[in-house]
Design a protein around this ligand. Sequence first.
Ligand SMILES: Nc1ncnc2c1ncn2[C@@H]1O[C@H](COP(=O)(O)OP(=O)(O)OP(=O)(O)O)[C@@H](O)[C@H]1O
Ligand SMILES: [Mg+2]
Length: 595
Amino acid sequence: MTEETRNFGTEVGRLLDLVVHSLYSDREIFLRELVANAADATDKRRFLALSDETLALPANPAIRISVDRLGQTIRIEDSGIGMTKEELADHLGTIARSGTSAFAAQLAEKTPEDRPNLIGQFGVGFYSAFMVADAVEVISRKVGHDEAWEWASAGKGQYTLKSAERAEPGTTIILHIKPEAEEYLEPLRIKTIIRKWADHIALPIELEEDGKFEPVTEGKALWRKSRSEITPEDYADFYRHVGHNFDEPWATIHWRAEGTLEFSALLFIPSSKPFMPMEETRDSKVRLHVKRMFITDEAKLLPHWLSFVVGVVDTEDLPLNVSREILQATPVLDKIRKALVNRVLSELKAKAKDTESFKGFLENFGAVLKEGIYEDTGHAADIAALLRFDSTKEEAVTLDEYIARMPEGQTEIYYLAGDAANLKTSPQLEGFAEKGFEVLLLGDPIDAFWPGRLGTYKEKKLVSVSQAGKLFETGDVTEDVKALCEKLEKALEGKVSGVAVSSRLKDSPAMLVAAEGGPDLAMQRLLRRAGRPVFGLPPKLEINPAHKLVQALGKREDIATEAGLLLDLAKLQEGDLPEDPAAFVRHIASAIAGE
Ligand SMILES: Nc1ncnc2c1ncn2[C@@H]1O[C@H](COP(=O)(O)OP(=O)(O)OP(=O)(O)O)[C@@H](O)[C@H]1O
Ligand SMILES: [Mg+2]
């Protein structure tokens, strides 16, 4: 039996080094690549058998993997198309020469649906084996041929070829595992890798355990099945598997896009908040598959504000880099992203008709969804239309409902953003009910930001009540009150940007409003709490001349301390702390003690 030694086609040493040390960020990828090759080889044989049944696949074709801990080897067997001696030399002896893309090219004249849907395209995947093996043998028998050949190499520039035995057509890859890669000699580890990367390829993958091959994968890509074939339980199981959740999906969105853009998508919206706080996982974790093969869950297929959506998108053609790790920034991907966002939004629009259920959704993910108004001007109005708010009149009000019942003369949408607990009792609301103006109560931190960004909704300006002072400003102010305002301004210099008389305060002695053109109080508060600099002028103090406390102040000469107390009171009623809580308590204590 003659054994030939040949050199690799091109300056393989360097390239192999590249493949082994830098092409793939994660060694476990080797198994995905070898499984992908086996799946391709099987698909190629299935295709050839269409025109020549003597080449037909055996019953129950599968990819069979066996681990030999003692022998330190991993075997991967397929009953695919196999390779002749020359094909072994050509396909494995030359890096970056893909027999598979060559095979696919030959089929160019075939109609797409007749062409097998092959994964391989770069001609490098096979060499990932050398990340974990210091020697690789490939025993292959081409379908329709009797002789088998063995290709072997230590990945150091040369390989050998010799005739071999193989009972059936197909290929066996034997990896001699490097000492530092022994972790891959654990069947459980192999199972995990297969389930992570290849759970959905069409061909079953089996792992030998105690002499018997047990199926490891489902081998079914649920998202490629038609909806009529799938039960709600199947969907829920898959949702829990892909989303690592334990609840039921609140929404299941399954469709196939055809035409210029071809992909299948199966997306889910959870019915409860995930364990991990959303803030920590702001990137979409929707999984990208190419031709069923899992590629990454870091493709950011959906924007932050839809990061609660989980699922899979599987597309036929996406320009991947040779390692299938880096997604080339392509119009295709952007188009897919756009299509996904529109589909999810239209699903939410449909689901919004069920008010009760939609309320639950907004409780879970409303705060994240609202980020979209801030981040995505294109969809801002669509998102805003989905939102529901408590208001001074009702619960779960939409902006459209609010606008529909605006009284004559009201031209703006009024909202109060702040800590949910303090909204309903905020003095900021005084005066609005009297005017018959409904005020939306926005209690999520993000609510301090998006109204300003949205600006208007259906040509109605969104105005924070803390910036609506001009609605209530009164002209006729007595001299006494004017003098008090000046005294207060002097005493609170630098702390407020002015003191004005308000006609809207009924019960409260005073309150803070945003300075003219200044940022809304809620946003100032959030920036302050986040330790961020607060830009713009400090707030303005509005006083209620009809209030006993203000009238008492009017009668006093030196009001420096009282002015500070009044400001602290105005802060407290907004849910903020006095500038110096201890001093505040001392002052209140002595006031109560009547000192
Ligand atoms: N199990 C196999 N059975 C038959 N042919 C195989 C097998 N594994 C590899 N080959 C042949 O070797 C070639 C090289 O494989 P390799 O994975 O390096 O490249 P590829 O699959 O073509 O492209 P990619 O880099 O995208 O994986 C394949 O194109 C195929 O022709
Ligand atoms: Mg490959």
